[in-house]
Design a protein. Structure first.
Length: 215
């Protein structure tokens, strides 16, 4: 009778604790328990569970309080490691929910080294799950040789191999807009891997009428 009264008093004193929390003393007599070996016990004395946790340098953590005829639910775990893992999951979910669309602009006269630098950014965005819009606009005399710009854009799209895939393309008389999305699944069984961007992946289309300078 005295033990039952102590249990009721302990529950009232700790009513503000939010699950999950570390059980430091006998708050209730029995609990459903997952022990240090991952084995489930439908009913286990809390006093014995506390001894097991302390002997293993772990914590007895309550995930569900007792309610009516239902026993509490506890686990013997490393609570700090569990909190760290849960925080990582939460941050990962936040990143997934913050999917953004980035836009990277290219000039028809952009130099090879600048393309390599920008494509590293593009592929980083794609790896993080963001969509990327590749935009190229021809101005002045470049409109006459717009096919050169289109060839360069095709090379740029190929440089996303292993990171993203083209989801849409829009072309006007002087602009090309390509939307890239992250690859849903990279086929590792056929040894398809992400490739390092190098200058030999960029086609150089000779056109003596155009002076190539980065804009």
């Amino acid at each position: 009778m005295i033990q039952n009264w102590r249990n009721i008093r302990n529950l009232k004193n700790n009513a503000g604790l939010v699950c999950p929390f570390v059980v430091k003393f006998v708050m209730f007599e029995n609990t459903r328990l997952i022990d240090i070996n991952g084995q489930f016990h439908p009913s286990f004395k809390v006093a014995d569970a506390l001894i097991l946790a302390r002997d293993s340098d772990l914590q007895l953590v309550c995930f569900n309080r007792p309610e009516g005829t239902n026993l509490a639910f506890c686990k013997i775990i490393n609570f700090n490691k569990w909190q760290y893992a849960e925080e990582k999951k939460r941050k990962k979910q936040q990143l997934i929910g913050r999917k953004e669309t980035k836009e990277i602009k290219f000039s028809p006269h952009i130099e090879q080294n600048d393309i390599i630098h920008k494509m590293r950014q593009v592929n980083e965005f794609l790896d993080e799950g963001d969509d990327v819009i590749l935009f190229m606009q021809a101005r002045g005399r470049d409109k006459i040789h717009f096919d050169v710009a289109e060839l360069k854009m095709n090379d740029i799209v190929k440089m996303c191999e292993g990171h993203g895939k083209e989801s849409s393309r829009k072309k006007t008389n002087d602009t090309i807009t390509v939307r890239m999305a992250k690859c849903s699944k990279i086929n590792t069984s056929n040894n398809v891997q992400k490739k390092e961007i190098t200058s030999d992946k960029i086609s150089v289309v000779p056109n003596p009428k155009i002076i190539y300078t980065d804009i």
